[in-house]
Design a protein around this ligand. Structure first.
Ligand code: BES
Ligand code: MN
Length: 455
């Protein structure tokens, strides 16, 4: 074990160079124009899995982006870990807010800056490198390892969902190890046991059958932007509660114990407000910020489109306006049920003077993962060793839609060993990843294999 740890420390700068190469491939899943980059990135991952000692690694084409699978099953009698990661990244706009080009990784202040540096290339690469270190030094691994990497996490994991249903035997495992979440704070080893679900809707409002002169027609016909804004403003009440009927019906209430556990983490709302540059935080009445982010459902407008948005002025009464609205969900909300309630509610709020169209883009179920599984215990010990502190247990506000499917279809516990920080600007300009977390992440992964092989 000591030799493996030493090897990782000695080779860290090589690992960093390889991570840069991985990041330079602009694998933006949602943009059609990057389709070739998705294939290129999948091939990069496959090559790295072979280098790491996998006996086989292959690319599966899908209706969407390729899936990469690799395995090493040379430890009979030992448990099998399925390592999940996603090689796709979010778009980079607005480009002018980046200090360095998003796909030219830049090291500054002990951090690597680039799109994907954290979410998820930096985080998933730690497992490939720890496996490689073990394999190089010992010719073997303490547990059986399977890797499954997809290119559609940021757009709903549709292909992996189908793949999982069709390849249950191939992916059979005792635990699923995932690094795609955050640590509670810098230097605090963290295991996450809860994620929110997601429901993403698109709504369109049409008024007149064409754009109109706002002087000749303003006052006589509805303005779709005005109407859309009015409807959106009615989706929350004065207490910050979402007004969709039955929205909270299936929500599992926080227990007293869990509330206590949250408050023991001594989360500073003041510090968060300061960091974000706001005078005060805001949200559902009666809950702390941590409770609202981790365990309460929310609704947000993610984008709004309509009318004249170029520099200058144009007096126009637009024909159409639309919005992208997402909801973060918590156990036991069912996104499909909430989608129906949302549509009904939205339509009921729409006046007769306009037409409305409501579509669902994608959804994912919320997760609460068991903390008692031997894999979680091993992971907790592993991160604690690597970061040299006691592990804390958190829930989080983000979503990884495939996690529930892993748990249900493979009947295996999910281990969420996050290495990012909420302040790393994922999905935002100047995304970054701490080099310290990259290195300690590789160590955590190595310790995990060791700990998990003991059971
Ligand atoms: N890594 C994130 C999820 C995450 C972020 C979990 C922070 C915990 C803390 C993941 O890549 C992600 O962004 N997921 C999307 C899913 C969606 C597009 C279906 C999300 O949460 O918006
Ligand atoms: Mn993401």
């Amino acid at each position: 074990m000591d030799a493996v740890i030493n090897h990782i420390k000695l080779n860290f700068s090589n690992y960093l160079e390889e991570l840069k190469e991985y990041i330079r491939i602009p694998s933006i899943s949602t943009l059609e124009s990057h389709k070739d980059d998705m294939q290129k990135c999948a091939e990069f991952v496959r090559t790295k899995l072979i280098d790491a000692g996998m006996t086989s690694a292959e690319i599966f084409q899908t209706k969407g982006h390729p899936i990469v699978y690799g395995e090493w099953l040379g430890a009979p009698g030992k448990p099998t870990v399925l390592i999940y990661g996603h090689y796709d990244v979010q778009p980079v706009d607005p480009l002018n807010l980046w200090d360095n080009p998003p796909f030219e990784p830049t090291i500054k202040d002990g951090k690597i800056f680039a799109r994907g540096a954290n979410d998820n290339k930096g985080q998933n690469f730690v497992h490939i490198k720890s496996v490689e270190a073990y394999h190089k030094l010992t010719g073997s691994l303490p547990v059986n390892v399977k890797f499954i990497f997809e290119g559609e996490e940021e757009i709903g994991s549709f292909s992996l969902s189908d793949f999982l249903a069709e390849h249950k035997e191939l992916l059979k495992c005792d635990a699923v190890l995932i690094s795609d979440t955050s640590m509670y704070d810098a230097g605090i080893p963290t295991i996450t046991y809860g994620l929110r679900g997601l429901l993403y809707m698109e709504v369109g409002i049409t008024a007149a059958n064409r754009d109109l002169h706002s002087g000749s027609f303003g006052g006589a016909v509805a303005n779709p932007i005005n109407e859309l804004a009015k409807i959106i403003s009615k989706l929350h009440d004065k207490d910050g509660k979402v007004t969709i009927p039955n929205f909270y019906k299936d929500v599992v209430k926080l227990t007293k114990q869990e509330k206590e556990n949250f408050s023991k983490l001594k989360f500073s709302e003041k510090k968060l407000a300061k960091d974000l540059g706001v005078k005060e935080l805001q949200g559902e009445k009666g809950f702390t910020a941590l409770e609202r982010i981790w365990a309460r459902p929310t609704l947000d407008c993610n984008g709004i489109i309509g009318g004249f948005t170029e520099p200058g002025a144009k007096t126009v009464l637009p024909s159409k306006a639309s919005a992208k609205i997402s909801m973060r969900l918590v156990p036991n909300q069912d996104p499909r049920k909430i989608a129906k309630e949302f549509e009904k509610h939205f339509k009921a709020l729409t006046p007769k003077s306009v037409k409305v169209d409501v579509k669902m883009a994608h959804y994912g179920f919320p997760v609460v993962a068991p903390l008692e599984s031997s894999a979680v215990v091993a992971a907790s010990k592993a991160v604690s060793k690597a970061f040299n502190k006691r592990t804390v247990y958190t829930r989080e506000g983000g979503s990884i839609p495939i996690v529930v499917e892993f748990m249900e279809k493979l009947k295996a516990p999910a281990v969420l060993m996050g290495l990012g920080l909420d302040s790393d600007n994922i999905h935002s300009p100047n995304e970054h990843f701490r080099l310290e977390n990259f290195e300690k992440g590789i160590l955590s992964s190595a310790y995990f294999f060791e700990e998990y092989s003991k059971i």
